[in-house]
Design a protein around this ligand. Structure first.
Ligand code: DLL
Length: 441
């Protein structure tokens, strides 16, 4: 496999598609979109009904512009058809199932054929290669293995590159650090919040990740994180922090930034992406922020055609400095349904994080508590830890005011701020839970 793909040059994992021009990619996407719709229509009762109701036949899809004729698919469709109702193949052709945790309502189940796993692995392997991973690397995979897609997704992608995988899974932080020291890990895969915790824990063990380990690249995703947090992780650990994105419906962790770190590349031979106005469903232009909609070209088990991810971002069409025309998306701001409204102002948790990280004296550990005040209005209280080096060395009232002023200038609302002692807030091994919503009780 490695010889087959790497023959064409050092820069590309799969040069035959990575070097296509924008026009060639669009042609290829048109052809694949038509095939994908045809397959779904003829194999999935769900899609047949959806398209029949909309009066659409696969023959109506001739180019990528025709994608707007197709209805969207939403999380609720998966829930309504739980567990296998949207599958396009019999269970005997499904070789793996994953499931979401289902914190709100029923969990959702995703199923994969051999072909689907191959596509997923190809996509992430290609991304990891573009970010600089090579077969000489030792990849410590600290995403959870199990029903969550993070662990197995990275596992197979790193193996396909021929790298050496350390399937550490999440948690057991002291062991993670021992493993990275003893086995000489050069790449780490985990949530950004866990990386922050790993660095903190290592420091307590007297280990400086930059000086004492061989780690050089980290693949961080599965939750929103800000550019400022990237800077802090990179400064603290010397790593190249790469943003990786995906959802279980479109496979799992499946696309990431190249070494330029200027947006997440969506491979056009595998995906067709759009950004829409979440209220009207209208397609937005390049650069406009809206909801990401993904069509996975050639997905068999659980076809995903115009899947509304719920994630807010914008598209960058322009050629990347890495030389690829495959489009990119901006860092995800958060999910449309994570946004909250405080005193009439829309706030994403990622904006709070961005603002907090401007204040040098506070650490990366914070929590947002949403409450109702006496008048029944929404209120936001932000707890953030002071960095250990400033603890008991500065006036807390002054710092509280500095943090509140900074938040005000970025968010346009004045939240209550509580400066917390070091190590007083929860740490996370997987996806962080930053928002505590007490308004519903
Ligand atoms: O979180 C897949 C994944 C695993 C991605 C490991 C990256 C690394 P789900 O559990 O289905 O799948 O959650 C998907 O997580 O809709 C986003 O809201 C959020 N998310 C994932 N990556 C990012 C990211 C995995 N880089 C949901 N930035 C998505 C912001 C992200 N949000």
């Amino acid at each position: 496999m490695i010889e087959k793909y790497c023959g064409g040059g050092m820069l590309y994992w799969n040069p035959a598609v990575e070097r296509l021009s924008a026009e060639e990619l669009k042609q290829l996407q048109g052809k694949k979109l038509r095939q994908t719709v045809d397959f779904a229509y003829n194999h999935s009762p769900f899609y047949r009904k959806l398209y029949d109701q909309a009066g659409i036949k696969p023959d109506d899809i001739k180019s990528i512009e025709d994608v707007t004729k197709l209805p969207f698919v939403k999380k609720q469709d998966l829930r309504d058809n739980y567990p296998f109702g949207m599958f396009a193949v019999p269970l005997s052709h499904i070789v793996r199932l994953h499931a979401s945790s289902g914190t709100t309502g029923k969990p959702t189940v995703t199923g994969y054929t051999f072909g689907d796993l191959d596509l997923w692995t190809e996509s992430l392997a290609r991304g990891m290669y573009a970010a600089g991973v090579r077969k000489e690397d030792v990849v410590q995979n600290a995403y959870g293995y199990g029903l969550f897609t993070g662990g197995l997704g990275f596992h197979y992608a790193a193996e396909r590159l021929g790298a050496t995988v350390v399937p550490a899974s999440s948690g057991n932080t002291q062991r993670q650090i021992e493993l990275m020291m003893d086995l000489g890990s050069t790449v780490i895969c985990c949530t950004p919040s866990y990386m922050v915790y790993l660095a903190e824990y290592a420091a307590k063990m007297g280990i400086d990740i930059e000086k004492d380990t061989k780690l050089r690249i980290g693949f961080f995703g599965a939750e929103p994180w800000s550019e400022e947090t990237r800077k802090r992780i990179e400064d603290k650990t010397g790593l190249d922090a790469i943003n990786v994105y995906g959802t279980s419906e479109i496979s799992g962790p499946v696309v990431c930034e190249c070494s330029e770190k200027t947006g997440i590349h969506f491979w056009s031979d595998i995906f067709l992406i759009e950004v829409i106005d979440p209220d009207t469903g209208e397609q937005l232009s390049e650069g406009e922020k809206g909801e990401l909609v993904v069509t996975v070209l050639g997905k068999e088990g659980l076809p995903m055609i115009r899947w509304r991810t719920g994630d807010i971002t914008s598209i960058i069409e322009e050629k990347c400095n890495c030389g690829r025309y495959h489009p990119r998306i901006e860092r995800i701001m958060g999910r449309a349904d994570d946004m909250f409204i405080v005193r009439g102002v829309n706030v994403f948790p990622s904006q709070v994080e961005y603002a907090l990280m401007q204040v040098n004296e506070v650490s990366e550990h914070y929590q947002i508590i949403l409450e109702r005040d006496e008048a029944g209005l929404d209120d936001m209280r932000i707890q953030v830890e002071i960095k250990p080096e400033f603890h008991n060395k500065m006036d807390v009232n002054q710092l509280t005011k500095k943090v509140a002023d900074t938040l005000k200038s970025y968010l346009n609302v004045t939240p209550k701020v509580e400066i917390m002692e070091p190590e007083s807030l929860p740490r996370f091994e997987g996806k962080a839970k930053r928002v505590i919503d007490r308004r519903k009780v």
